[in-house]
Design a protein around this ligand. Sequence first.
Ligand code: NDP
Length: 296
Amino acid sequence: MTAKLIDGKAFAEGLRARVAGHVERLKTEHGITPGLAVVIVGHDPASQVYVTNKAKQTVEVGMASFKYELPEDTSEADVLALVHELNARPDVHGILVQNPLPPQIDPLKVIEAISPAKDVDCFTPDSVGRAVIGLPGPRSCTPLGCLMLLRDTLGSLSGLNAVIIGRSNLVGKPMAQLLLHENCTVTIAHSRTKDLPSVVRQADIVIAAVGRPNMVKADWLKPGATVIDVGINRVPAPDKGEGKTRLVGDVDFAAAKDVAGAITPVPGGVGPMTIACLLANTVTTASLINRLLPPR
Ligand code: NDP
């Protein structure tokens, strides 16, 4: 059997088009231009790429983009002051402070400073709590992207066994909450889980969010399972030439695609969904701040 390939790149393109439609309606019907502020401290090359992509896609869907590039030695007090200023600005509906931050800045203090109403990453305790009890608001971007791909692939997820490998605040934990709200039976596995292969074998849905190249083997999968590979790992690719690398996921894709029913590739699966969901979250916060129902 060869699994259906879940095309996150194409889905993200469609999502961005839908977001652009919502933005247009907010502008024409309510005079609101959603605005997303992105703050980056220092010169981490990967962060620079992410932030540039975020700003570009924000503008492409018709939103206002505000980019703050601060020097590496910026003090925590200055970052917090900027966040407070953005919290108060009526033209800013989403605030994102790019991680990692330099060591003099406590990322938790920064998260706590962001107004929950503008927390498009869904990192603040308030937003996390709202997501847990199912109140309207932004949802964690990468898990939301995974959920959209799952719904598109499977329709209803009700009653399905989902195994999430990884329990980070960024991916594993919020993913579990989203799947619980879909009426999945959810198991969260992690580095202390005993006999991980047999846990994964129970799953109709496998979400791998570990950061270990090709860790999940084909014989761990129940035949026909839907596999969402969140992992992004850069590995040597000597076949491409000396010193070359390629990106692979946490799942041994080449073998798993013969057992799974559907599977996301890396790259081109979950990755492109994350920024698209960030934009969708900005429409949500812009709507809620203005006491409008967010689009579903
Ligand atoms: P973290 O390092 O924060 O968490 C990794 C999790 O994997 C931990 O819960 C850890 O368990 C668990 N783990 C580690 N080793 C094992 C093992 N041998 N068996 C079972 N579980 C294990 O990573 P993130 O959640 O931030 O990211 C995970 C992956 O997803 C990374 O590759 C990252 O690059 C990628 N990613 C991709 C995104 C995208 O847009 N596509 C966005 C975010 C992340 P324990 O808690 O016990 O240590």
